[in-house]
Design a protein around this ligand. Structure first.
Ligand code: ADP
Ligand code: ZN
Ligand code: ZN
Length: 670
C-alpha cells in the first residue's frame, strides 16, 4: 500500500488554525483516517502525545518521509464539534475552491481577546420586549404540525416555507425552534443583517430570554468568539444572526432556519464564496439536522428544488393578523412626461401621499440608488467624470462632492467640464436625496427621514432611523432597497417604488428576480394592520414580466416566465454556472493568464455538456488599479464544475502578482 499523509492541526482553540503539521498515516489506520478525524500524535520536543484534527489526507509529501512522525491512534468516539466543522470546511473547499485554511477560518473563527467588557449585554438589552402572539392560525398550525410529526419520527427533512408577507412566518420559526430545543437539540436562525435590528430579534428574545445568542456585524471578532463559546458550552440553545452564524459550534444541532432565504447577503463575496443555503444543507446532512428556508418570494433556485421534490414545500397563503394585501398600481412614467409632469413623483403617487399625510398615516418611498444623482456629465461635449482608479463614473453627493462607490475616492465637484471647459455640467439620474428634496417641495411641512448607505455609516444609525419612523417622528421614510426588508409598520399605508426599473438594466441574470422580490416585498409593507394599503410602482417598463407579476403578487407567474428565460440562456438553476475572475495590477499579465487558463479549460473540458465562455473583460474592467478578466463555465451537472474548480486550483497555485478566484453559481455576472 502506498504511503498516505495527513495535514493536522494540533490545537484548535488557539491560533493553531493558521498552522498545520504533516504526519504519516500508518497502514492500519489508512481506511479510517479522514478529514475531521480526531487523532493522537507525538508533538514537540519529547514527543508528548497531543490531540490533533485531520484537515486533509494526501498521497504525497514535500517533506522527507523518513523524518515525518506517524499518527499514533484515531479517536473514533470523539465525533466532536470540531470534527464536524472541519468536515464541513473540507466540503466547502472542494465545492467552492480556495485554500483549506480559508475554509477553516470561515467555519472556525480564530480566538481573540474581547476588548472592553459586557458588550454582549448591551447588544441584548437594546432590544425591547415584544408582546407575544396568541393562538396560531390554522395555516400556521398545519405547518408546525407537519414539521413536528416529521421531527418526532426522526425525519430531518429540508423545507421551503413559502408564506406571503405578513403570514406570520416568524411565529412559525419560533414554534419550530421551541420544539427542537425541547427535544434537546439546538437551533441556528439566519436572517439578513438588515432584519436584525429590531423585530425578529425582539420576538425571539421574548421567547428564549437568556438562552439565545445574537450576532450582528457590530460585534468584534472577540465578542463573536465569545458568543460561539456560549453555544459550544451549552449556555445557549439558539443563535440568531447573519450568514456566519451558520457555523455556531453547537454540540447537537437539530434545526437551521434561513429567513428571507432569497436574500443576496447569504452569498459570501470573499473566498470561499459559499452560499449559506448550500452550506446549511451540508451541515445539516453531516449532523442530522432539519433545514427550513422561509420567504414570501422564494429564490428561483429553491423553488426549482421544491418543484423537483428535493425540498418539501409548505405554504402560508393568508395574512396572520387578518388584513388584506395592498392595492397595487403601475404607473408608466413615459405617460407622465407626455402629460407634462416632469416631477419624479407621478400624479397617482402624489394623490396617495396627500391622502395618507392628511389622514395622519405614513408612507415609504424607495429607490434602488444612493446619492443625489448617479453621475455627472457635460451637456456640451458629453464627458462623464470618472474615477481615476476605477472604470466607473463618480457619483455626486450633496452638490459639491464626487465619490467613487467602488474604491472610496472622493473629489470636489468641478465648476467646469475638465475636457471642454463648458460650465454646463451637472448630475443626471436620480437618488434618495433628490426624492427627499422633491417630497419636501411638494409637501411642505411633511417630516422626512432618509435611509441609505450615506445616512447609515454609523453602526447604530440603521436601528435609530427605523425606531424614529416607528414612533412617527417622521411621516415619510425615503431610502434605498434596505427599507423594504422585514420591517412591520402598522401605520404605513402608502409605499412608492419611485423608479422600479433600475435593477433591470444591470448586466445581471438575476436582476429580474431581484426586481420582482423587491417590488413584492415592498408591496407587503403597506397596509399591514387594519388600514388599507396602496402601492404605486413607477416604471419606464410597465410591460416587463417582473413588474406585471409583482403588481399582481403572482409568484407562480413570475417563476414560470423566469424559468423559461433561464432555460433558454442556460443559467442556474437549470444549468450550473462557474465564474472565474482573473485579476492583476499588471494588465498584460492578467491577459496572458486569462488566455492561457481559458485555452487549457477548453482543451480539457469543452463539449460534453460544458460551455466555456471567455475570456472577457469584467463588466468593470479596472477597480482600484487592478485589472479584471472573467471566464464563465456552464455545465449540466454540478459534479463537472467540482472537477473544473480543482483543475483551476492546481493550475494556478504558484502564480505570482495575479490572483484567480472561482465563484460557484455567482449571483451576478461581474
Ligand atoms: P412574515 O414574517 O410572514 O411577513 P410576521 O411574522 O412578521 O410575518 O407576522 C406579521 C404580523 O402578524 C405580525 O405583527 C405578527 O405579530 C402577527 N401574527 C403572527 N402570527 C399571528 C397569529 N397567529 N395571530 C395573530 N397575529 C399574528
Ligand atoms: Zn465638456
Ligand atoms: Zn474608484
Amino acid at each position: 500500500m502506498s504511503q498516505k499523509y495527513a495535514d493536522i492541526i494540533i490545537d484548535i482553540s488557539h491560533e493553531g488554525v493558521d498552522r498545520t503539521f504533516e504526519y504519516k498515516i500508518p497502514d492500519e489506520l489508512v481506511q479510517r483516517v479522514q478529514v475531521g478525524s480526531v487523532v493522537k500524535v507525538p508533538f514537540g520536543q519529547g514527543n508528548r502525545t497531543r490531540q490533533g484534527y485531520v484537515i486533509s489526507v494526501k498521497d504525497s509529501s514535500e517533506w522527507d518521509s523518513d523524518k515525518l512522525k506517524e499518527i499514533l491512534q484515531i479517536d473514533e468516539k470523539a465525533v466532536e464539534v470540531e470534527g464536524n466543522l472541519i468536515r464541513l470546511a473540507g466540503w466547502m473547499r472542494e465545492t467552492y475552491g480556495g485554500t483549506m485554511i480559508a475554509s477553516l477560518r470561515t467555519v472556525m473563527p480564530v480566538k481573540e481577546k474581547v476588548a472592553g467588557r459586557k458588550q454582549r449585554i448591551d447588544v441584548m438589552d437594546e432590544v425591547p420586549e415584544f408582546a407575544p402572539v396568541g393562538e396560531l392560525t390554522a395555516e400556521q398550525a398545519e405547518v408546525v404540525n407537519t414539521f413536528e410529526k416529521d421531527y418526532d419520527a426522526g425525519l430531518r427533512d429540508r423545507y421551503l416555507l413559502h408564506g406571503i408577507t405578513g403570514s406570520g412566518k416568524t411565529e412559525v420559526y419560533i414554534r419550530l425552534a421551541e420544539k427542537v430545543i425541547k427535544s434537546g437539540s439546538s437551533v441556528i436562525v439566519l436572517v439578513p443583517e438588515i432584519a436584525l435590528t429590531y423585530q425578529t430579534v425582539a420576538r425571539f428574545r421574548t421567547v428564549f430570554g437568556n438562552r439565545i445568542s445574537i450576532l450582528n456585524s457590530r460585534l468584534s471578532k472577540g465578542e463573536k468568539y465569545r458568543e460561539f463559546e456560549r453555544a459550544r458550552s451549552g449556555e445557549t440553545d439558539i443563535i440568531i444572526g447573519p450568514r456566519s452564524a451558520l457555523f455556531a459550534p453547537f454540540e447537537k444541532l437539530g434545526l437551521i432556519i434561513i429567513d428571507e432565504e432569497h436574500d443576496g447577503s447569504y452569498k459570501s463575496e470573499t473566498t470561499p464564496k459559499y452560499h449559506a443555503r448550500e452550506v446549511s444543507f451540508e451541515r445539516a446532512r453531516i449532523e442530522g439536522a432539519a433545514v427550513v428556508l422561509g420567504s414570501a418570494t422564494p429564490s428561483v433556485v429553491s423553488y426549482y428544488m421544491a418543484e423537483r421534490g428535493d425540498i418539501r414545500r409548505l405554504t402560508l397563503k393568508r395574512r396572520a393578523s387578518g388584513g388584506s394585501l395592498a392595492e397595487v398600481s403601475v404607473v408608466d412614467m413615459r405617460d407622465e412626461l407626455h402629460r407634462g409632469n416632469r416631477s419624479i413623483i407621478s400624479g397617482e403617487l402624489h394623490r396617495r401621499l396627500s391622502d395618507a399625510f392628511s389622514a395622519g398615516e405614513q408612507a415609504m418611498l424607495f429607490i434602488n440608488r444612493r446619492g443625489f444623482n448617479s453621475f455627472v456629465s457635460c451637456r456640451e461635449c458629453g464627458e462623464v467624470i470618472r474615477c481615476p482608479r476605477c472604470d466607473v463614473s463618480l457619483s455626486l453627493h450633496g452638490n459639491a462632492k464626487l465619490m467613487c462607490h467602488y474604491c472610496g475616492h472622493t473629489e470636489a465637484m468641478p465648476s467646469a467640464c475638465p475636457k471642454c471647459k463648458s460650465k454646463l455640467i451637472g448630475g443626471y439620474g436620480t437618488g434618495t436625496e433628490k426624492v427627499e428634496a422633491e417630497i419636501k417641495k411638494l409637501f411642505p411641512g411633511i417630516r422626512t427621514l432618509r435611509m441609505d448607505k450615506d445616512t447609515t455609516q454609523r453602526k447604530d444609525s440603521h436601528g435609530k432611523i427605523i425606531e424614529a419612523f416607528r414612533r412617527h417622528d417622521a411621516d415619510c421614510l425615503i431610502g434605498t432597497q434596505m427599507i423594504v426588508k422585514g420591517h412591520d409598520f402598522g401605520n404605513v399605508t402608502v409605499v412608492g417604488a419611485v423608479l422600479a426599473d433600475l435593477g433591470l438594466f444591470d448586466s445581471d441574470y438575476e436582476s429580474a428576480e431581484r426586481t420582482f422580490d423587491l417590488l413584492t416585498q415592498a408591496a407587503g409593507r403597506a397596509g399591514r394592520a387594519e388600514k388599507k394599503g396602496y402601492v404605486v410602482i413607477q416604471t419606464y417598463q410597465p410591460e416587463h414580466y417582473s413588474v406585471i407579476t409583482a403588481a399582481k403578487q403572482d409568484f407562480e407567474g413570475f417563476y414560470q416566465y423566469e424559468m423559461a428565460y433561464r432555460r433558454m440562456l442556460r443559467f442556474p438553476p437549470v444549468y450550473e454556472l462557474l465564474g472565474v475572475l482573473i485579476t492583476s495590477k499588471d494588465e498584460e499579465k492578467c491577459t496572458l493568464l486569462a488566455d492561457r487558463l481559458t485555452d487549457e479549460l477548453k482543451q480539457h473540458f469543452e463539449g460534453k455538456g460544458t460551455d466555456i465562455i471567455g475570456p472577457a473583460e469584467a463588466v468593470i474592467y479596472r477597480i482600484d488599479e487592478v485589472y479584471r478578466k472573467t471566464v464563465y463555465i456552464k455545465a449540466d451537472d454540478a459534479c463537472k464544475l467540482t472537477g473544473i474548480i480543482d483543475f483551476i486550483q492546481k493550475r494556478t497555485v504558484n502564480i505570482e502578482d495575479a490572483e484567480v478566484q472561482t465563484d460557484l453559481n455567482p449571483l451576478r455576472i461581474v
